[in-house]
Design a protein around this ligand. Sequence first.
Ligand code: PEP
Ligand code: MG
Length: 841
Amino acid sequence: ALSHDRDITLITPSAPMKAPTHGGRAKCLQRLVRLELPVPRTVALSFDAVHRIASGDLPDMNGLLSSFDEDALLCVRPSSEDPDWGGPSAILNIGMNDARYVALSDEIGHEAAAALYLRFVQAYAIHVARLDPDQFDEIDETGQAGLSAALGAYEEEAEEPFPQDPAVQLCEVLRSMARAWEGTTARLLRQAKGAPVDAGLGLVVQEMALGIGRGECGSGVLHLVNTETGQPQLTGRYLSQSQGRDALRQRHRSLYLERDPRGPSLQDKAPEAFEQLIEYAHLMRRRLREEMQIEFTIRGGAVHILDGVRVERSSRAALRIAVRMAEDGIISEQEAVMRIEPRAISELLHRQVAPNAQRVVIGRGIAASPGAATGRIVFSSAEAQASAARGEACILVRRETSPEDIRGMHAAVGVLTERGGMTSHAAVIGRGLGLPCVVGAARMNFEIHKKTLVGERGRVFREGDVITLDGTSGAVLEGSPETVEAALDDAFQTLMGWADAARDIDIRANADTPADANTARRFSAQGIGLCRTEHMFFDAERITPMREMIFADTPEDRQAALAVLLPMQRADFTELFRIMEGLPVCIRLFDPPLHEFLPQDRAGLRDLAEALDLPVSDVTRRVESLAEYNPMLGLRGVRLGITVPEIYDMQARAIFEATLDASREGAPVVPEIMLPLVSARREVELVRTRIDAVAAAVRAERGRSFTYRLGVMAETPRACLRADEIAPHCQFLSFGTNDLTQMTYGLSRDDAGRFMSDYVQQGVFSEDPFHVLDVDGVGELVATGAHRARATTPGITLSICGEHGGNPESIAFCRDVGMDYVSCSPFRVPVARLAAAHIAL
Ligand code: PEP
Ligand code: MG
């Protein structure tokens, strides 16, 4: 049998009542009781009690009923630990029967009493007796006629009269709600929302304050903020002669709360009750330290508070609410910071598809770069540029993007690709530009040559058709659903300032262009952690000297081509140094395989032959000779720097000359030069010797001094394992976890997107390791590298610059292994700042 005081408890200020045993609603109602709000008598049933009810062990109903007024009607509502986990619908008006109907008719009139009874019969028939809902939903007579029809239908379907004993009614209601919670569908639904397998359900049985009767009676809901913006705004509805959520369901009949030119209001009808409600709402906000929605009833002018639930809110509203609570002294600044999910903040940095917009999904891929973009479909970068020139927004649709698409990407408002994953070209560039991007939409059909895109359900889209990318969810949508603007407002800045005060790891940005650097500054990055210099060569005007350099047969020819590139690079770096105003700028020397700069198709080869004044056959042969079977593991990174050292010499010179130029105008610059794809100590020694020589030459020529810091990217497994012998030759080590993940798994970062979703769905990988750092495997290499580097070189600066740098869980790992900073795409800097604060607090 149930012990009456532990499992079935009248809610009083001192009753033992906790969310993990009685659920959130019971706990909240107790807090309202403690605030001495007019809450009707309520009894809470614990998770244990409800579980036992589901298995047939029923409490003494008469004992339970004796807690309430003899002729009270009751309602039962679910109370799960987390309201998001759902639960059975509330059942109102328990206790209604023929005798109560007669008694109530005298008090509130036949019509109203019949309406209450009818509602109870309907709810009981559908949710408790589980009779065919159509039989009861379709009753359209009201009053006594409807009631008779419902009672008749009940008797026919259930083959017994409608139960009259309140104890029986309550018992059946409790049993059906308890069983509904234990059903498979309900369990799967809540597990999908993160509920544990054994999540419990509590129930609250509450005496009803009838919103139907003489004098001003009714019910409604109320809260104090706008749920979209988080700005203070009295919100809610009230409906006279109603109960439950009628005021929301029958909006056309319900009243405004506050006096309003558009129609009648509660304030007009019952000014005192209105004032009192506002007072209660503020009291709840202050004492429960949360924006709450109040469910209330007014009976004969008197206010009753039935329930309070946390106000649902958009991400931007959540942020403003937290900031206002802290500014009002209700919560601390740290708590405000902790209340905002770092991931949610990235939504605020971009335009988004409106939460309630109509969505017609035509395909799905990986959500590679957040935000919403609407535009006309184009299938090539040239068309994208033409479209931009006409002032028309366009979405660039490609099988995958390559460096040649950079201009097209700049011109487009969003990018959609068939192939690729989180670190594919389109994804990395998209995030860098803050351009919404969906990649790896392999179930759509990309018929680029026919200029058609076929949706997952077969719908055909052609050039010029309008689509919308939701880079936040990975969905591709038809047409132009409603969107909401980015929200970098004062509340955002305030919260980020509090986060910065709390965190203890620096955040830099990966930035290749002045636009990236400006974004990095706008988001208060503490420097540039990775400038990928190869991205600076994709411009049409630069690709020709680049190709001349690649085709040079003699050192003289090569020098001549490099001499053309030198001033361009110098100007690039000067500009970056200027924008960053003395903050550290880490420049990575040239990384990709040379063939990436060469044309692959016939037309391109012909153009190049023309430009170089060579026969097409020569050019073709040369292109073929540079092709590699596995370019990602071929002649790239520092390997290029060792075999064709003039390129790095040129870049080092450009960096040093820019250092002197920029230092003359502003804060002194100490450039950081980083070597990619190192796997052996000797590589560092060789390159360092040459860079030192370039530095000495520039100092001598300019007659001015400067220093620089040399660093190594730890992005091969061997570099991590041999970090102890590499570290003494450099000042910093930055973990390139994109390549390191690729090499540790032996998994191509550009091809993994094709099967990643299968792998994640089948639980082979718990997450895409290119997105969330694989702490067990790749992480062990990172930790080993960090540990071994610090063992021989305690003062060395450690950091991460792979895409993982912007991922909250990965940042926690980086901090644990003692990194000084993380560097991520500029648009992820705010997420990283907030995540780092959460970890430190
Ligand atoms: C990396 O490999 O982690 C990295 C940052 O370099 P990239 O992505 O340019 O190869
Ligand atoms: Mg790399």
